[in-house]
Design a protein around this ligand. Structure first.
Ligand code: COA
Ligand code: MG
Length: 279
């Protein structure tokens, strides 16, 4: 990927011109205009009209549209929007397999697709199916809200307050599935938008595990998310040290840097850090 992938992906209900203006003023790397769950059925036509009226990109972030799921009437209506406003990519909710992505791509052409891949029971069995070099898939994210509704769960949490195993499994499968497919792994939403400390901790944990971005639902979540997915000055210096050490000894497979062993996996990770710091 030449352009650094978005760190923050901010959802904005597409039927709210006020929120769209606010989202444009935020520092989000990507805005997702939502036509799906945050827009009531009787407001979907209004939301589509607003998107049609947006025309050429008038604010900084990448513009994405979350359309309604495959094989629904609303989905077919949403598709008519593609190519009208200055849309960078399409977010596909309730994706169950790489086949779903190809089915969408068949109708939308080469426009990048971000699939939300853990929202139905069946979706959990499809996470290795997104690997396809011909697919325009660019990112995969996971969601717990729809999955818990689909499974009939009364809660997503264990008695100790942590996310239950099923949702942690879905999150890890999304991460590994996205990396296997060579696309961006994006962590899911943190719903409690007044809890900045909680968001900061969750985003930092996601970044440590390998996610390179996170969904947001409120403008106040953008800055903490951008910070969590931006390598710190120390991390950059450390990564540059590893790269320099290998450049100084081109034939070496393993080296000592700062008293620690470094080999190929460390070099790959160091290159990633430097690439991400270029934003
Ligand atoms: N994008 C842009 N602006 C937003 C926003 C968003 N996602 N969420 C809130 N704002 C705006 C509000 O309109 C408000 O503007 P104002 O000061 O001009 O009135 C300001 O930010 C502060 O909002 P606040 O009062 O803290 O929250 P709220 O009660 O108005 O909204 C939600 C709470 C959850 C309804 C709102 O954040 C939202 O719509 N989020 C997106 C939901 C979504 O898209 N879900 C689908 C994916 S899971
Ligand atoms: Mg949903």
């Amino acid at each position: 990927m030449s352009e650094a992938p978005p760190r923050s992906w901010l959802f904005v209900p597409a039927d709210s011109e006020k929120k769209i203006a606010k989202a444009c003023d935020s520092a989000a790397d990507a805005i997702i205009f939502d036509l799906e769950d945050s827009v009531a059925p009787e407001r979907k036509a209004t939301a589509r009209d607003i998107l049609k009226g947006l025309g050429k990109r008038s604010c900084g972030p990448q513009w994405w549209v979350r359309i309604n799921p495959l094989r629904t009437d609303e989905h077919r209506r949403d598709l008519k929007l593609i190519g009208l406003a200055d849309i960078h990519g399409v977010v596909l909710p309730k994706a169950e397999s790489g086949g779903d992505v190809l089915e969408l791509a068949h109708r939308t052409g080469n426009i990048p697709i971000h699939a939300i891949v853990t929202e139905t029971a069946a979706s959990l069995f499809g996470l290795l199916s997104y690997r396809d070099p011909k697919s325009p898939l660019a990112a995969m994210s996971w969601g717990a809200e729809d999955l818990s509704a689909a499974l009939g769960a009364s809660s997503k949490y264990d008695a100790d307050g942590g996310l239950s195993f099923t949702y942690r499994m879905a999150r890890s499968l999304c991460l590994a599935g996205a990396v296997a497919a060579g696309v961006q792994p994006v962590d899911g939403v943190f719903a409690d938008f007044r809890d900045e400390a909680g968001l900061t901790a969750e985003a930092a944990a996601a970044a440590r595990e390998g996610f390179t971005g996170k969904l947001a639902i409120h403008p106040a979540q953008v800055d903490p998310i951008n910070a969590a997915f931006t390598p710190s000055a120390d991390e950059i210096v450390h990564a540059q040290g590893i790269i320099a050490a290998f450049e100084a000894q081109p034939g070496a497979g393993v080296l000592s840097v700062g008293g620690k062993m470094v080999d190929l996996p460390h070099l790959i990770q160091a290159r990633r850090v430097v690439e991400r710091s270029s934003r």
